[in-house]
Design a protein around this ligand. Structure first.
Ligand code: FES
Length: 151
């Protein structure tokens, strides 16, 4: 007698961790932040679809290039019906995140160049130091001392 077909079993959290190379604690964190989702089996244990492996890979790669988790979550939430990213989705996301990376590199290069001007200076001047007063923003706030906070 033939057995009735079983629904796909799904991956336990341990299997997902082992196959993705991501710690169980990180997977719990991703789930708490809405980056991945699970279903409960009859024993009330979490089960993840096999496609979650692809989603976790995208999350890790995006994190590796410094994309904030909130932005990753936003990008993944734009996928139709919460589906896991396809190769075409990854092509779009990676192109978008490359632009982000380019912008961050340009900003870091500018900051490095400004820091070069501080080396051996020591003035820490609100008027003269481009790192203390980027773009002379404090001039618009009027004379006197102003709070300073990095962007
Ligand atoms: S500390 Fe003098 S220019 Fe920055």
């Amino acid at each position: 007698m033939e057995k009735p077909s079983q629904p796909p079993r799904g991956l336990s959290i341990g299997e997902l961790a082992r196959r993705s190379g991501v710690a169980v604690s990180a997977l719990h964190f991703y789930e708490a932040k809405g980056l991945i989702a699970s279903n409960r089996n009859a024993g009330n244990q979490r089960r993840y679809s096999r496609e979650t492996l692809r989603r976790v890979a995208v999350i890790k790669m995006a994190q590796r290039v410094g994309i904030p988790l909130a932005e990753i979550a936003g990008a993944l939430s734009e996928l139709p019906q919460g589906r896991n990213p396809t190769a075409a989705d990854w092509a779009v996301l990676s192109a978008r995140w490359r632009e982000d990376l380019d912008q961050r590199i340009a900003k870091l290069q500018m900051l490095r160049d400004q820091l070069d001007g501080c080396i051996g200076c020591g003035c820490l001047s609100l008027e003269a130091c481009p790192l203390r007063n980027p773009g002379d923003q404090r001039a618009a706030e009027g004379p006197g001392a102003h709070w300073w906070a990095p962007d």
